[in-house]
Design a protein around this ligand. Structure first.
Ligand SMILES: Nc1ncnc2c1ncn2[C@@H]1O[C@H](COP(=O)(O)OP(=O)(O)OP(=O)(O)O)[C@@H](O)[C@H]1O
Ligand SMILES: [Mg+2]
Length: 251
């Protein structure tokens, strides 16, 4: 099974990535579970990031639209170009000046991991507070997620059709796993990436996944959960966490 991670072996650079490199050497920074790659082009203030997915479907359309919608309210990458063709699909963005919360500087020891967990919690809170639910055209509702999963051939248990009552409706990130929060060296929140599923939902849809991802992104990371929830400013909700983790796994 392919796991999402910083690639550590040799990587074939897709031709479209080379076309946008403009003299810079593409540096692979991420490989997702679907065979997609992200490369950094250039450094510092001139850094750009290009996400690439195999296949010709214009799969970044949803992400481009959501990033553009969120940009007036929170710190997200500016989209410079996107497209699709025989060579796959891609989205080029301007670099944000932060490091993924799973950068080695945050995973190397317990103190650093706690800083990251608090940054993820604070970042999610800031996002949920800043994005206006009543102006958001995107939904990430339970019924839509289940319907979509079923069209993709996934067997979603009937029991998941009945979610817990809504605690607080917010505009959720939609993939609040740790690597999608960018942090400064001191753990301050710089911004968010990977907004292709952003939409209105109960805040526990994000919180369940953000806390869960600590377990696979930091060695023995369960102990970090309380740091994240405290920085977000909420007490653990066992029932909603259990439900939204099960929904995440099923969809
Ligand atoms: N504009 C940007 N500025 C800074 N870093 C970026 C930017 N875009 C992407 N990154 C980095 O690249 C990584 C991968 O990007 P992203 O999460 O969008 O890809 P993905 O393949 O959709 O990830 P996932 O495995 O979560 O599906 C991010 O975690 C982040 O470290
Ligand atoms: Mg990501």
């Amino acid at each position: 099974m392919l796991i999402a991670a910083v690639p550590d072996g040799p990587i074939d650079v897709p031709p479209i990535v080379g076309e946008y490199a403009d003299g810079d050497t593409p540096v692979p920074v991420w490989r997702n579970t679907r065979g997609g790659l992200t490369f950094r082009l250039g450094d510092g203030e001139l850094a750009r990031f290009i996400k690439w997915m195999p296949g010709g479907d214009p799969i970044f359309e949803a992400e481009v639209a959501r990033v553009s919608w969120a940009a007036p309210f929170i710190e997200v990458p500016r989209v410079l170009a996107s497209g699709s063709g025989d060579d796959g699909s891609w989205m080029l963005t301007a670099g944000l000046p932060g490091h993924s919360a799973v950068d080695v500087r945050f995973t190397s020891d317990e103190t650093a991991a706690r800083v990251a967990a608090r940054g993820i919690g604070a970042g999610l809170r800031r996002m949920h507070d800043a994005l206006p639910v009543d102006r958001c055209p995107y939904s990430w509702s339970v019924s839509q997620r289940i319907a979509r999963a079923r069209t993709e051939g996934l067997a979603v248990a009937e029991s998941l059709q009945t979610p817990p009552s809504i605690d607080r409706l917010v505009v959720c990130h939609g993939d609040a796993c740790a690597p999608n929060t960018l942090l400064a060296d001191d753990g301050a929140v710089v911004g968010h990436v990977d907004l292709g599923s952003l939409g209105v939902a109960d805040r526990w849809a994000d919180l369940a996944v953000a806390t869960w991802s600590l377990e696979w992104n930091y060695a023995g990371g369960e102990f970090l959960e309380s740091d994240l929830l405290e920085a977000y400013g909420v007490a653990r909700d066992d029932e909603r966490i259990e439900y939204y983790r099960a929904l995440w796994a099923a969809t």
